[in-house]
Every structure is written in C-alpha cells, then in structure tokens.
Design a protein around this ligand. Sequence first.
Ligand code: SF4
Ligand code: SF4
Length: 177
Amino acid sequence: MIERRVKRAKEMVRLVNLDEIRDDLRMLEEAIEETWKFMREIGVTSICRECAKETGSCCKEWVEDEVDEIIILMNILMGVKIPEKRYKDGFCYFLSENGCVLKVRPVICVSFLCERITKKIGLEKERELQEIAGRELELGFIVREKILKMVSSYFSERSSSKSYRLPSHSPSKISST
Ligand code: SF4
Ligand code: SF4
C-alpha cells in the first residue's frame, strides 16, 4: 500500500547523512530541471496539459507501484511535500491538480512518451529528450545506491517480517531472508 511506503520513507530519513549526498542531490535536481526545461521547449508539457484536461492524464493508479520507499525518501530529502492523501480516485497517489508532485520520478514516468507526443515532436527531438532524461536517470540511480547503503539497517531490522517487500534494485548484500 502506498501510504505504508510513504510512512516507511519518512521513518528512514533519520538514517540518512545528508552531508554525504548534498552535492549529489543538487546535481540530480539540476539534471531533473534540464529534462523539464527541454520538455517545455519542445512542447511536451503543453501537450500533456491539454491531454490531461481531456482524459485526466495517463498517471493511472497502477503506476504508483513503481514509486518505492527510496524514491519517496529521495523526494523528501529534496524538499518535496508528499501528499497526505490521494487527490483523485483511480489515479496515481502523487498526482496533484498541477501534475506530478515528485521531483525524482520512477524510470517509467521519466522515459514514457506516448504516440501523441512522439508524432508531434518527431524522432530527432525524441532522441534528444531521451539522452537528456538519461542523465537524470543515471544520476538518480547513483544517488539511490548511496541512500540504499545508508538505510540498509532499516531493511535488516524488518527482514523478519513476511509482509515486507524490499524495494527493487536493493544492493544484494541487503538480504530479505
Ligand atoms: S504522456 Fe501522452 S497520454 Fe500521458 S498525459 Fe502526456 S499526452 Fe497524455
Ligand atoms: S508522473 Fe508522477 S503522478 Fe504521474 S504516474 Fe508518475 S509518479 Fe505518478
């Protein structure tokens, strides 16, 4: 359940040594802004805004399963205010009336481009966008690994709980057994 993942992410904050990753978070934030800047420049954000008015957006409820504790934690560390409750039934927990509240988003959200967009922007801009977004994803992965190491004790404390599911991409040394 997403609320449980949010709760766990908030509990993990105390285990993070922010000084060690401050520069990484800043670089990641810059890379995220670069992706958004390019998306604005080539008109992706306005296409999505129009589409959202017509369809309610493609941020459906199932996508929130891609947002694990570490992604939520990374967002908290970047100052994002995590919603207290779902904005719209049937839609992702992190969707607000102004779009996604997250800075760090899962891979699927960063890399997904629907046909409506690809047809409009063309292959060249699509490739360019993928390259820019790739930098965001790469940095996100590096920061994620550093944070996972810092919060590993949180997972080992709870590893006896059968209902607990480790976030994907956990370092192999953090065993769930
Ligand atoms: S990605 Fe495509 S389907 Fe999703 S909101 Fe944007 S235009 Fe609509
Ligand atoms: S972009 Fe944000 S609101 Fe949309 S599905 Fe992804 S995480 Fe959810």
